[in-house]
Design a protein around this ligand. Structure first.
Ligand code: IPE
Ligand code: IPE
Ligand code: MG
Length: 225
């Protein structure tokens, strides 16, 4: 049985879900949060140590301002409301992506959430916010160059934003598109990929557990036979 260290999720389809319900795209984003909570809770129950959720990509800045503002407001409100529960449930929040250039209010909230949950041990929840894999790779190379270090797989990985985090064993993308959209291009080199047609707000624990059951039995070769 394969062991799971890390599951990464591209939560796609919120906007379409909102429109399908004859409401706004933002209504879909709002409902997407409940699914994150359920997945985290279930992951704790089945001892998954690390989760990563793709929350906002470097390309998502191309969306209408109204939607972008809503997404950041949602993140800000969520952590304001839930930070004590996260601590109580022993959930550590970590952010990957370029936080520095985010609006000040949400930036401070994210730093505060990381700081206040830093001793939590039950699960690490990584949120990829303003994250783009190509940027991450170039930044890692530039860091090595500045430090005059050799480029090796090991030194390179130590300069990625995922430093210290094992590569995902499983990638799940909901929403029916079969693409990576600039997410963890390096880290997913040997992950098992699951593309699900359901839109993110419709994704449920039974879908999640089915993927995990399937993964556990996959023969992972890593080049061997
Ligand atoms: C959520 O899904 C992903 C985020 C950027 C938050 P989308 O907003 O991309 O929804 P669709 O794919 O347009 O339906
Ligand atoms: C990927 O979804 C980004 C996140 C889930 C945050 P997108 O909806 O932005 O991806 P594309 O643009 O359809 O490839
Ligand atoms: Mg989308």
């Amino acid at each position: 049985m394969n062991k799971i260290n890390h599951i990464a999720i591209i939560m796609d389809g919120n906007g379409r879900w909102g429109r399908k319900k004859k409401k706004s795209r933002n209504f879909g984003h709002l409902n997407g949060i409940n699914v994150i909570e359920k997945i985290v809770k279930n992951s704790i129950k089945i001892n998954i140590p690390i989760l990563t959720f793709f929350t906002f990509s470097t390309e998502n800045w191309k969306r209408p301002k109204k939607e972008i503002n809503f997404l950041f407001k949602l993140i800000d409100h969520y952590f304001t409301k839930e930070i004590n529960n996260l601590i109580k449930n022993n959930i550590r929040i970590n952010i990957i992506g370029n936080i520095k250039t985010l609006p000040k209010k949400v930036k401070n909230k994210l730093y505060e959430s990381m700081k206040r949950t830093r001793k939590c041990k039950k699960i690490i929840v990584n949120l990829a916010i303003n994250y783009g894999s190509k940027n991450e790779i170039l930044e890692a190379l530039n860091k090595l160059k500045r430090k005059n270090q050799n480029v090796s797989i090991k030194s390179f990985e130590l300069n990625l934003q995922t430093k210290g985090i094992p590569n995902p064993d499983i990638l799940i993308r909901t929403g029916g598109k079969r693409r990576l959209s600039n997410f963890m291009l390096w880290q997913l080199a040997y992950s098992e990929l699951y593309f699900i047609n359901k839109l993110w707000p419709d994704f449920n624990i039974s879908d999640y557990n089915k993927i995990i059951r399937h993964f556990k039995k996959v023969k992972r070769n890593f080049g061997k036979i």
